[in-house]
Design a protein around this ligand. Structure first.
Ligand SMILES: Nc1nc2c(ncn2[C@@H]2O[C@H](COP(=O)(O)OP(=O)(O)OP(=O)(O)O)[C@@H](O)[C@H]2O)c(=O)[nH]1
Ligand SMILES: [Mg+2]
Length: 651
């Protein structure tokens, strides 16, 4: 029996501490370490010890009541949230940890949205009840008002310091609450029949597992208070979902790629069905196959070598060089629909004596481990660019690259990642016919709703253009849309329809349709107004009453908008939307003028019209007319001689 449980929350809520105490109380480790003493089981990386925060998602294994628990610790810092999302995806269950002093903080809201997206049954653990200012009731109310009304309090610390635990002996309140969800219990309750504790927890289990109810527990992770009740509840309420799927064909998903100290590529796979043996062949989506050399079961930095693994297990294998994060194994589809995406890009800076190829190689390895970095070599300016969530991530990258690769690098000031779209429907034409080549395509290009990305369809009959060539067009759309005409930023929010095309029976080769597609998209968008888009944050700011005026005036200055502020005791909560470019440094401004007492959460909220389009276009200085790869010019051929026709001469 294998169950995967993840700890998720805002930074510093106590995830690593809680996990450490679970490992200790279930005898997986002999001594409980402390984050503050830099000796926890999972924050083992030197950068984690140095900064006191979790940077990497990691896993530990423990046994409880004849079940194997794979416990996943995730980073809470927003800069490492893509790492967190990659792990959330493979959880069977999650525990959201909330500090009883700080309450629900911004990032916890993001985490909650993700858990809902991936439909992961979730416990709440209200932590730090030992700290001055902690308030259990306040947090419960916050959960009800912010997340869900469907909570059931299973444990809380009484005034005399004991823990009141409801699953052993459900109180009348609990029975009444469950009766509202469960008809059978309701009937027994109304008829005043005897209801056994097992019936109550079975009902909670049912509604918890279908995401209708969320159990809340509480404690003091640092002092190991409340941990046993949490483990007991986890054990009683969770299911072992994979026990009957071992004999099915193998399926799984690659959730993590790492390289060990010897440079071996490690592919971490969550197995959903079937059994896998060492030396088995894995077939990738492109039909290529590779053999599993070694099969490891990781527990922190330690691992056991295994010959076999089963559905439900988290494994790491060597030998798969073509694997990638999000790869689906067996029938399982590839996954790349991540919610959290970087909004900033930064240029890599290194000494002039360094070989750029070597530096690029390092970032290619890092991108393999963290695809959201999306390293890019920009040939025109001979620069390496990466995408990032924030400045702490850049500092950590500098440290890791020094430690792991012995190279000293820094980064340019991060810049916002802009996107572009079109204002009106247009039609694009592209013809590519140098000697012995031939391809012609036409597309309808229409603006689509904001944040809908790019879609492709075809109304062109296969008798007019063979499926093979139509597929070539589709395959190259993403690349053709990588650069818009205003700033050279990627195009987005457009629907592209292939309306017609021509090939030549002898002269057409696949690459010709790439060329024609690039030209047709360019030619189309050059005919209409284009719009520059920038990323926005939705924000939630909490400050004491007298600072609300300052905050609202700052938001206006940052070109943001806000809802009417909500006053709660002496606190004001202001929510709204603001461009990333103006707000990215606001957390430190707020911390300084509120003397560290104000809190802000910034959650990526999609792209919208740029607040300072002209300024950005001027600053970036992209000249579409000299971008040879992205040209709207078509090439024709007459009497064996190629000639060009500029896009604006084609109607
Ligand atoms: N007083 C008190 N402090 C706690 C408790 N739990 C954790 N802490 C402290 O809170 C700080 C953060 O704890 P971590 O376990 O690192 O928190 P985390 O959620 O893993 O943080 P990130 O991984 O950086 O997101 C540390 O200083 C802990 O000692 C608790 O129950 N009471
Ligand atoms: Mg941690």
């Amino acid at each position: 029996m294998n169950k995967t449980i993840g700890m998720v929350a805002h930074v510093d809520a106590g995830k690593t501490t809680l996990l450490e105490q679970i490992l200790y109380s279930t005898s997986s480790i002999k001594k409980a370490g402390r984050v503050d003493n830099k000796n926890t089981f999972l924050d083992y990386h030197s950068i984690e010890k140095e900064r006191g925060i979790t940077v990497f998602s990691d896993q530990a294994i423990t046994n409880y009541n004849n079940c194997t628990y794979q416990l996943v610790d995730t980073p809470g810092h927003i800069d490492f949230s893509t790492e967190m999302e990659r792990s959330i995806r493979i959880l069977d269950y999650a525990v959201i940890i909330i500090s009883a002093v700080e309450g629900i903080e911004g990032h916890t809201e993001t985490v909650w949205q993700l858990l809902k997206k991936y439909q992961i049954p979730t416990f709440f653990f209200i932590n730090k009840l030992d700290r001055v200012g902690s308030n259990f009731e306040n947090v419960i109310n916050e959960i009800r008002n912010t997340f869900t009304q469907d909570i059931i309090i299973l444990s809380h610390i009484t005034e005399d310091g004991n823990i009141n635990y409801s699953l052993d002996n459900p109180s009348r309140d609990i029975i009444e609450l469950i009766a509202e969800y469960d008809e059978v219990i309701m009937e027994k309750y109304v008829e005043d029949e005897d209801i056994k504790p097992t019936e109550i927890y079975q009902a909670i289990k049912k509604f918890f597992n279908n995401n209708s109810i969320y159990p809340c527990l509480s404690g003091i992770a640092l002092k190991s208070i409340g941990i046993d009740k949490l483990m007991k509840s986890i054990d009683l309420l969770t299911l072992s979902k994979y026990d009957n799927t071992k004999d099915e064909p193998l399926s799984g998903t690659v959730y993590k790629i790492r390289h060990d100290s010897h440079g071996n590529k490690l592919t971490y796979i969550k197995l959903y069905t079937g059994t896998v043996n060492v030396k088995d062949s894995i077939t990738h989506k492109d039909k290529s196959t590779e053999k599993i050399n070694e099969l490891r079961i990781y527990n922190g930095t330690n691992y056991d070598i295994s010959k076999k693994a089963y559905a439900g297990q988290l494994i790491a294998v060597t030998g798969l060089n073509a694997s990638y994060v999000g790869e689906g194994i067996g029938d399982f589809d590839d996954y790349n629909e991540y919610t959290l995406i970087p909004t900033l890009k930064s240029k890599v800076l290194y000494d002039s004596f360094e070989n750029p190829k070597e530096i690029l190689k390092i970032f290619t390895i890092l991108t393999e481990e963290n695809p959201s970095l999306d390293v890019e070599w920009v040939e025109e300016i001979k620069e390496i660019h990466i995408k990032v969530m924030g400045t702490i991530q850049l500092e950590v990258l500098t440290y890791i690259i020094q430690e792991r690769f012995g190279k000293s690098i820094t980064f340019g000031v991060p810049e916002v990642l802009y996107k572009e779209t079109i204002a009106y429907k247009t039609h694009g034409f592209g013809h590519f016919e140098p000697l012995k080549h031939y391809a012609e395509v036409e597309f309808d290009i229409e603006p689509a709703s904001r944040n809908s990305k790019i879609s492709f369809s075809s109304t062109c009959h296969v008798d007019v253009l063979h499926t093979r060539w139509q597929r070539m067009c589709e395959k190259n759309i993403a690349d053709a849309c990588k650069k818009g005409i205003l700033t050279g930023s990627p195009l987005t929010d457009i629907n592209i329809t292939l309306t017609t095309g021509k090939s030549h029976i002898k002269h057409t080769s696949g690459g010709d349709f790439r060329q024609a597609t690039f030209r047709a998209i360019r030619q189309g968008i050059e005919k209409v107004d284009n719009i520059l888009l920038e990323p926005f944050y939705s924000f939630k700011i909490k400050v004491v009453n007298h600072l609300s005026g300052r905050v609202m005036s700052d938001i206006t200055k940052m070109h943001g908008v806000f809802e009417p502020p909500i006053t709660n005791n002496n606190q004001v909560i202001i929510t709204g939307r603001v461009p990333v470019s103006t707000a990215m440094n606001y957390p430190s401004t707020l911390a300084s003028f509120s003397s560290g007492k104000g809190s802000i959460s910034l959650i990526f909220d999609g792209y919208d019209i740029c607040h300072n389009t002209d300024q950005v276009i001027k600053r970036i200085g992209y000249n579409k007319n000299i971008d040879i790869e992205y040209t709207s010019t078509s090439i024709f051929c007459s009497h064996g001689k190629a000639y060009t026709v500029e896009g604006n001469s084609i109607t």
